[in-house]
Design a binder for this molecule. Structure first.
Ligand code: FPP
Length: 248
């Protein structure tokens, strides 16, 4: 089975999972956190090097205040509980998004865990928090604008690499596989730049029901995809033959 280097997941369907059981939505999010823990474990076992989870979008701030507060509180307790587990398993925690919008206690614990796990190199767990791709791109463009205004950069010299280096994901590879749960066929303002060549996988399963088996199904499908990056199949075969020959 082909294993993506970077797996990104839009975890959707917590609310519906709860509503179908006549439970408060927050119980769906709570179950969602349990699934996060089992998916992180399975990604480690599989040797995935980077896992990005879309945990809270820029748009999610507009949800009813009690749901926002409940999500922040779940996130806070997840972070506090997770530190020891992350250290034990060699996982580095990173985060993307407008982190300064998070409540102080959350951003403080987040910063602390990111610092403490900075030396771990088995896997990166990257949380997208208060994240929106258009917001991230806007901030990158503002940064470039400042550099041009200061005379450090010529407009004509702006390259794709320079843009990528000013995104929150600058130190991460692009996602190879992007999974979205709950049957919605949208990207919803997630990694619009970085997912340019990601393989997309949609499943009707709601996030709280997403299991290790479901993850394996997604990876099996990913293994069958031929990633051409805008080239034709024959070119890829040729370049893989060349790479093999070069390696001998
Ligand atoms: C989408 O479900 C999910 C979210 C908005 C939040 C995802 C958060 C978690 C899984 C828990 C916190 C995460 C971590 C990493 C601790 P939805 O509410 O949009 O579901 P719906 O579309 O069915 O209403």
């Amino acid at each position: 089975m082909q294993i993506p280097n970077h797996l990104a997941i839009i975890m959707d369907g917590n609310g519906r999972w709860a509503e179908r059981r006549h439970l408060p939505r927050i119980l769906g999010h709570r179950k969602g956190v349990e699934v996060v823990q089992s998916v992180v474990d399975e990604c480690l076992v599989l040797g995935i090097r980077c896992l990005t989870l879309y945990a809270f979008s820029s748009e999610n701030w507009g949800r009813p205040q009690d749901e926002v507060e409940a999500l922040m509180s779940l996130l806070g307790s997840f972070l506090k509980k997770e530190l020891r587990q992350l250290q034990k398993r060699g996982i580095r925690l990173m985060a993307i998004g407008e982190l300064e919008r998070l409540p102080d206690p959350i951003s403080d614990v987040l910063r602390e865990i990111m610092e403490e796990t900075a030396g771990n190199d088995r896997m990166v767990l990257n949380l997208a928090l208060s994240y929106g791709s258009r917001n991230e791109l806007t901030r990158a463009v503002q940064q470039i604008g400042r550099e041009v205004a200061a005379g450090k950069l010529q407009a004509a010299d702006i390259s794709e690499e320079m843009i990528a280096n000013r995104l929150d994901t600058a130190s991460l590879p692009d996602p190879d596989l992007l999974i979205r749960t709950s049957g919605e066929m949208r990207i919803s303002n997630f990694m619009l730049w970085q997912a340019a060549y990601s393989e997309l996988y949609f499943t009707d399963t709601l996030w709280p029901d997403f299991s290790r088996e479901q993850l394996h199904l997604a990876l099996q499908e990913y293994s069958l995809r031929q990633r051409r990056f805008g080239l034709v199949g024959a070119q890829l075969q040729k370049s893989s033959v060349q790479t093999t020959e070069e390696n001998h």
